[in-house]
Ligand binder design. Structure first.
Ligand SMILES: NC(=O)c1ccc[n+]([C@@H]2O[C@H](COP(=O)([O-])OP(=O)(O)OC[C@H]3O[C@@H](n4cnc5c(N)ncnc54)[C@H](O)[C@@H]3O)[C@@H](O)[C@H]2O)c1
Length: 263
C-alpha cells in the first residue's frame, strides 16, 4: 500500500519508533495522522511538528475501548473519514527476569490485548470496504526470545502470533497485516528496559527510529508480512527453525557472555 492520502493512527506516537512512523507518514503524503499516546503533551508536540495533517490525542491502549475512541477521534479530526492504516505500536518493556504479577498483567494488556482490541474495532469497517492496513510493532524478541525479561519475550511472541493469525484469516479479504520485528532501536524504551535493554544494546546494531520507519514504509509497499529493519533476524530465525536445541545453547552462551561483562 502507498501512504499517500491515507488516514493513519499511530499508538505510542509521541516518542521513538511511533514518532518516526508518524513523521514518515506525513512525509509520504498521508491525509491525516492521529498521534495517540499516554503522553498527551508529547503527542501534541509531534502533531505540531507535522502541521495541520496531524492531531495528538491522549490514549491508554490498556483501555479496552481505546480503539473505538481513536476511530471516533480520527473521524472528527479528518472530515468523517475512516481509519485506513493502524500502527499498533505502543509497547512497554517491564519485568526483569521472571517479572511479577503486576508486570505480567501490564505487559499482556499493552503488548498483546491492545492489538486484539484494535483489530476487533477496525475489522468490521475494513471488511465492509475491502481494505485496511494493520501494522503491529512486535520485536525480534517475538521471533527469537528476550534474554533478561520473560514478560517481554512472551508478550512479543503473542503479538507476532496474533499478527500471523490476522493475516491468515483476513489477508484474503483486502486486509494487509504486517509485523515489525526490530532488534535495538535508539529510543527511551531501550534505555529503561533493565537487563533486557542491556542485552539488546550488546547484541547488535542499534538503529535510529527514522531508519526503522523507512524500512516499514518500504515493506508496506511490497506487501511482505515481516518487517525486518535488522535483516540478520531472518538468519537467526532460520537457525532456530533448523536446530532448536543448538539455538537455545547459543542463546545461553550469549546470555553468559553479555551478563558477565560490566554493565
Ligand atoms: N526500542 C527498541 O529497541 C525496540 C525494539 C523492538 C521493538 N520495540 C517496540 O517498539 C514499540 C515502540 O517503542 P519505542 O522503542 O519507540 O519506545 P518509546 O518509549 O520511545 O515509545 C513508546 C511510546 O509508547 C507510549 N505508551 C506506553 N504505554 C502506553 C499505553 N498504555 N498507551 C498509549 N501509549 C503508551 C509511551 O508513552 C511512548 O511515547 C514498542 O512496542 C516496543 O516494544 C522497541
Amino acid at each position: 500500500m502507498e501512504m499517500r492520502d491515507q488516514v493513519v493512527v499511530v499508538t505510542g506516537g509521541a516518542s521513538g519508533i511511533g514518532k518516526a512512523l508518524a513523521l514518515q507518514c506525513a512525509a509520504e503524503g498521508a491525509a491525516g495522522i492521529l498521534i495517540a499516546d499516554l503522553d498527551a503533551e508529547g503527542a501534541d508536540a509531534v502533531a505540531r511538528e507535522i502541521g495541520p495533517a496531524a492531531v495528538g490525542v491522549l490514549c491508554d491502549v490498556a483501555d479496552p475501548d481505546h480503539a473505538h475512541k481513536l476511530i471516533a477521534a480520527a473521524a472528527e479530526a479528518f472530515g468523517g473519514r475512516p481509519v485506513d492504516v493502524f500502527f499498533a505500536n505502543a509497547g512497554i518493556a517491564v519485568g526483569d527476569g521472571l517479572g511479577d504479577p503486576g508486570e505480567w498483567a501490564l505487559a499482556v494488556d499493552v503488548n498483546v490485548a491492545a492489538h486484539v482490541v484494535a483489530a476487533r474495532a477496525l475489522l468490521p469497517g475494513w471488511l465492509e470496504r475491502g481494505r485496511g492496513t494493520f501494522v503491529c510493532t512486535a520485536s525480534a524478541a517475538g521471533l527469537l526470545s528476550q534474554i533478561g525479561s520473560a514478560p517481554y519475550a512472551v508478550t512479543k511472541h503473542a503479538a507476532v502470533a496474533f499478527s500471523e493469525w490476522l493475516s491468515i484469516t483476513y489477508g484474503g479479504q483486502g486486509v494487509q497485516v504486517a509485523c515489525l520485528c526490530p532488534m535495538g532501536v535508539a529510543t527511551p524504551l531501550l534505555e529503561t528496559a533493565g537487563t533486557a535493554g542491556r542485552v539488546v544494546r550488546a547484541s547488535g546494531p542499534v538503529l535510529a527510529p527514522a531508519e526503522v520507519a523507512e524500512v516499514v514504509m518500504g515493506t508496506l509497499r511490497t506487501g511482505e508480512f515481516l518487517i525486518l529493519p535488522h535483516p540478520e533476524v531472518l538468519d537467526y530465525l532460520r537457525h532456530k527453525g533448523t536446530d532448536y536445541d543448538r539455538w537455545i545453547g547459543g542463546m545461553r552462551r550469549l546470555q553468559a557472555a553479555i551478563l558477565s561483562e560490566a554493565p
